[in-house]
Design a protein around this ligand. Structure first.
Ligand code: AMP
Length: 218
């Protein structure tokens, strides 16, 4: 299986990607995590990336495609879930070309659709670990101890790009760019629509059911 997850910021792409990977033995590749790891390094490239991410803007296609290209080669054998990539039509076309060259095309693209009011609520409670980058939610996915990462004990923080003004930019950018991407994958017969407005378990069951209808079972 080689999947890509589409959906607005806050759709739960990262959380659901992790579940899919666990159920089907796939590797998880998050473009946002790759960029944040690069940003933490504080290199020249990291500083450039910081500027885009912290203002809620997409990093340029060329840079993003280059980063993904270097990672994808090592994932194709086992199968993967892409989370956050592609986000533009030129990224989607580059991905099709990269995977065609490896003779391992995408098998499904899951579109996580979410009610806008639900998105706002999800962002208000989202917290991340600044060390291992794990994501929590104060109500929906709380850590065992309030405000503390389960994995490394670091104090959880709000991601700079989860601040309300930046979230608005991110959601607007998403809506401006998503239509051609959905059309591209619908036309290719790869798109599976899933309602992602419910809780984590409910969305996971909807994804499982949708994949099972395609004949895919964990
Ligand atoms: P995410 O964690 O997927 O919400 O991504 C966080 C931020 O990383 C986004 O708001 C963008 O600034 C940047 N980013 C992640 N994936 C991409 C992509 N495929 N293309 C451009 N920018 C991206």
């Amino acid at each position: 299986m080689r999947l890509a997850l589409l959906g607005p910021p806050g759709a739960g792409k990262g959380t659901q990607a992790a579940r899919i990977c666990e159920a089907f033995g796939l590797l998880h590749l998050s473009s946002g995590d790759l960029l944040r790891a690069e940003k933490l390094k504080n290199t020249a490239m990291g500083k450039k990336i910081r500027d885009y991410i912290d203002n809620g803007r997409f990093v340029p296609d060329e840079l993003m495609i280059g980063i993904m290209r270097s990672k994808l080669v090592s994932l194709v054998r086992q199968g993967f879930v892409l989370d956050g990539f592609p986000r533009t039509i030129s990224q989607a076309k580059a991905l099709t070309e990269m995977l065609a060259a490896l003779e391992r095309p995408l098998t499904q693209v899951i579109n996580l659709a979410v009610d806008p009011a639900v998105l706002t609520r999800r962002f208000e409670g989202r917290r991340v670990c600044p060390v291992c980058l794990s994501v929590y939610h104060v109500d929906l996915m709380p850590p065992q101890t309030d405000g503390i990462c389960d994995i490394d004990g670091a104090a959880l923080v709000i991601r700079p790009d989860d601040m309300p003004a930046v979230v608005r930019t991110r959601i607007e950018t998403y809506h401006q760019t998503i239509s051609p991407l959905l059309a591209y994958y619908r036309e290719a017969g790869l798109l599976l629509d899933v309602d992602a407005s419910g809780g984590v378990d409910q969305v996971w069951m909807a994804i499982e059911a949708r994949l099972a209808r395609q004949g895919v079972k964990g």
